[in-house]
Ligand binder design. Structure first.
Ligand code: ATP
Length: 237
């Protein structure tokens, strides 16, 4: 059982971006994909959820290949993304945004609702329940976007740069929330981040993406302490 990306190729119009990308995420695992600006991280996430067409290779989860399914069907199966820039419905309230997440849950709903645990741990989301989403701060919006994704009962959760534009303090909160989501949902999480240091500190395993190819992979702590990664991605000379 795992989310598997096998030899994936995708891109925009005539420009190929990803080539031969293979990775996997097991249930309950937190896997980071790090790489510099333009390496193809967003392209990877959008390809897995079906916003971009897979040109070669395969995508599969516990039920087999989903490479030919629509983005909607993939979400129904439990492959859920939190996009870069959060993408909440700006004029809907926090509660309405989260309710929309629930609609993707389908048959996976039932049992203990993991959203309750998140709201208890981060009461700010509950306090903002009736407010219009676009009136929230960036950090609060990211919390809501993560909560909405959890409402969809993901089996695999793909997070595209959740720390983007946030202060170091808010980034810390977002990483704590991601930890809690892993603990409460048992979902496999693929975390795509430019903040390599934090992402590698949080992750079990990691992949380094460069120019649309995986150039390194392994235990996240080992990668974090490797000279090559430190020089290239952690700003250490
Ligand atoms: P960032 O951290 O800056 O978001 P990234 O690693 O997520 O970087 P991508 O956004 O996946 O990188 O972009 C990979 C490449 O694809 C870049 O060269 C980018 O210019 C190109 N690209 C991204 N979006 C489009 C698009 N809509 N049309 C054409 N090319 C695009």
């Amino acid at each position: 059982m795992s989310l598997v990306v096998e030899n994936a190729e995708s891109g925009y119009d005539r420009a190929p971006i990803l080539s031969g990308v293979s990775l996997r995420v097991e249930p309950g695992e937190l896997v980071a994909v790090v790489g510099s600006n333009g390496a193809g991280k967003t392209t990877l996430v959008r390809t897995v959820v079906g916003q971009l067409a897979l040109r070669a290779g395969d995508l599969a989860d516990d039920d087999g290949s989903f490479a030919r399914l629509s983005p909607h069907r993939r979400a129904k199966r439990g492959v859920v993304m939190v996009p870069e820039g959060r993408k909440l419905f700006p004029r809907l309230t926090v509660g309405e945004n989260i309710a929309l997440g629930r609609r993707a849950a389908g048959r996976r709903a039932g049992g203990e609702d993991p959203v309750d645990a998140l709201l208890d741990a981060f009461p700010i989301v509950r306090e903002r329940w009736g407010q219009q989403a676009n009136l929230l701060s960036g950090g609060e919006q990211q919390m809501v976007a993560l909560t909405r994704a959890v409402a969809a009962r993901p089996r695999y959760l793909l997070l595209d740069e959740p720390s983007l534009g946030l202060s170091p303090l808010k980034t810390l909160d977002v990483f704590r929330l991601i930890e809690l989501i892993r603990e409460r949902t048992g979902a496999g999480i693929l975390l795509v981040e430019q903040m390599a240091d934090q992402a590698l500190a949080a992750a079990d395993r990691a992949y380094v993406l460069e120019h649309g190819r995986i150039v390194m992979e392994g235990d996240a702590a080992k990668l974090r302490s490797s000279d090559e990664v430190r020089r290239a991605y952690l700003g250490v000379s």
